[in-house]
Design a binder for this molecule. Sequence first.
Ligand SMILES: C[C@@]1(CC(=O)O)c2cc3[nH]c(cc4nc(cc5[nH]c(cc(n2)[C@H]1CCC(=O)O)[C@@](C)(CC(=O)O)[C@@H]5CCC(=O)O)C(CC(=O)O)=C4CCC(=O)O)c(CCC(=O)O)c3CC(=O)O
Ligand SMILES: NC(=O)C1=CN([C@@H]2O[C@H](COP(=O)(O)OP(=O)(O)OC[C@H]3O[C@@H](n4cnc5c(N)ncnc54)[C@H](O)[C@@H]3O)[C@@H](O)[C@H]2O)C=CC1
Length: 222
Amino acid sequence: MRYFPVFLDLESKTCLVVGAGPVGRRKISTLIKSCAGTIIVIDPGAKNHPLLEDESIQLVNRPFKPGDVDGCHLVFACTSDHEINQQVTRACRRKNIWCNTATDPDQGDLVLPAVLERGDLILAVSTCGASPALSARIKKELASRYGPEYASLTTLMSRVRKHVLPMGLPQEKNQRIFHAILDSNAAELLKKGDRQGLHRLLQSLLPSGAHNHIQEMIHALF
Ligand SMILES: C[C@@]1(CC(=O)O)c2cc3[nH]c(cc4nc(cc5[nH]c(cc(n2)[C@H]1CCC(=O)O)[C@@](C)(CC(=O)O)[C@@H]5CCC(=O)O)C(CC(=O)O)=C4CCC(=O)O)c(CCC(=O)O)c3CC(=O)O
Ligand SMILES: NC(=O)C1=CN([C@@H]2O[C@H](COP(=O)(O)OP(=O)(O)OC[C@H]3O[C@@H](n4cnc5c(N)ncnc54)[C@H](O)[C@@H]3O)[C@@H](O)[C@H]2O)C=CC1
């Protein structure tokens, strides 16, 4: 495997995006959504884009200088100028800072996947730089297979787990319960908005000790 797949917790981390064109803005948008701490954006020509008005953004309207990477945990070089992106990656390398580059992936430390977000279910597709168009295509296919009901299914499964694990059943029994829900039509019931159907389904699949938590498990899923 050319790259190590991972999900980063960026809360309270400082991230820098150099270049706020369409490509840089895609990175900024994901950073805002994943609650990164401070997001510094450097671009001499950054226009008044609504994205850049987010309170987590510190916009710097001038060209990049190597010292800009100081104190950053993660840096994105997103200008369309290879030489500038190389200056960014070199500055990061000198300071051991993780760097992504939009123009010369091999010179950076990480590449970004195409991301489908369904609440806490995140489907990320990468071709390790081989074909971003293929990643985007597969993401689109996944979006039609895994609709918005999968955000609710993920919440439901997390709540079921939270109630079932403390019951102290053998691990195989827990596994059987979780897989039985996933093998059922739970996703379809969520999609159809069939609250009573889901309640009945959980009653038939969960151990009786968890039955008094079913209301709580399905709360606000519809
Ligand atoms: C290596 C990587 C570096 C990185 O940015 O981390 C990189 C590099 C490059 N992309 C280029 C082109 C395109 N990139 C896209 C789209 C996306 N590119 C993304 C990631 C990555 N792009 C990383 C590898 C990901 C992987 O391997 O899967 C996505 C998944 C995520 C994101 O950017 O947030 C996002 C999908 C968003 C979505 O739909 O979800 C399209 C769009 C399309 O099809 O519409 C095109 C045109 C079609 C094509 O060229 O395929 C070029 C050539 C530019 C030129 O021609 O000058 C380079 C440079 C090079 O390859 O040298
Ligand atoms: N990784 C990816 O997903 C993709 C990467 N690309 C590559 O990414 C590059 C950037 O794409 P776009 O955003 O469309 O380009 P763009 O040209 O629209 O935006 C680049 C931004 O960088 C800024 N910039 C220029 N010099 C700078 C400096 N010295 N310091 C700070 N900012 C500076 C510009 O003002 C501009 O706003 C393209 O050249 C392309 O090769 C293209 C498509 C997808």
